[in-house]
Structure formats: C-alpha cells, structure tokens
Design a protein. Sequence first.
Length: 198
Amino acid sequence: MASTVPVRPDSSQSGFDADLLEALTACSELINTGRSDAGEGIRDLADVQSFADRYAFRGRAATPRDVARLRAYRARLDAVAVACEAGGQEAAIAMLNDLLAETGAVPQIVAHDGRGPHVHVSRPDDPMADRMAAHLAMGLGQLVVAGESERLRSCASPTCRDVFIDLSRNRSRRYCDSRTCGNRLHVAAYRARRAAAG
C-alpha cells in the first residue's frame, strides 16, 4: 500500500463536512487497493495499520485477524460503489445496512485531538477492521441519503479502474486524476488526430 498522505478535499466545494469527505476519501483509497493491477494493496498487518494511522483510527491496534476482515469488507464496499454507480440505490442501501449491522456500528458523539464534536460509529476497543468498515460504510450511507451517490464513480480511462468521489459543482469529473489519466487520454486523442491529418 502506498504511504502517501491522503488528500483532504475542500468541503466548501461540495457542501459535505470534513468528516464525511475524509470517510469518502478513505473509502475510495481502500477500494482502489483491491482494484489495482499492481497487486494486493492490503497485504499484511503493516498495511492495515498504515491505513488506520493515515486516517487517524485511534484505540485498539490492528491484529492479524484484521487483514482478512478488511479485505472482505473492502470487497463489500466495492460492491456498494458499483451499485451506486449503476444507480442501484436499493441494493446499495441493503448492503450498507448489512455492513453497519455486522460491524456493530453504535454512533457516538466524540471530540478529540483538537477536533470539535463529531460522530464516531464504533467504539475504540472494537476490532480495527470493523471500526474502519463501519466508518467507511457510514460515509457511503450519508452520500446515499443525501441523494449524491452518483458522485461515486469509476475513472473513465480505459486503463484505470480506480474509484473516486466527484466533488465538482456540476458533477462532471470523469477521471480519478486529470493530470495522469485525463491527460493521457487527451494526449492520445491529440496524437490520433495528428496522425489522421498527416
């Protein structure tokens, strides 16, 4: 798993609060570790702990059992993303409710690390994989409830399978990263036009 620092999107762009944006960013990152052609992104305990640390999951440390559980949750979150993208709101809701129930989600209001009151959906002593899956499922659930599930989509590049959250005002973003995937397609189209003209 890459050790990059996650991008914290600007909440003013979408109207979503910082906690929701962080959950959706983490969810996209987790799903993409399973979609990557480069290989398994959650290989071992260090990968789980690294992911947890990047997204400030405090409390009980990850255990070896969390590796397999997080991989299974990742596949289920990916299925929710596919349902959202296909307009399958009822299926997405059913899958999210199952995930929240299975992870034992119990919403609580907390304040820590200089952050004001916000909602956690699990207790700090719950298993790490369950805590992460509950938090990410709740983020997707909020997106669905807000009628914004179409903002979760797959990259339009034929060589990329990553999911992303489209935070553009007019919901027009097509690529996970316009500097890489988008630019590659634009350059290829330009070269094809030049070759056809020449």
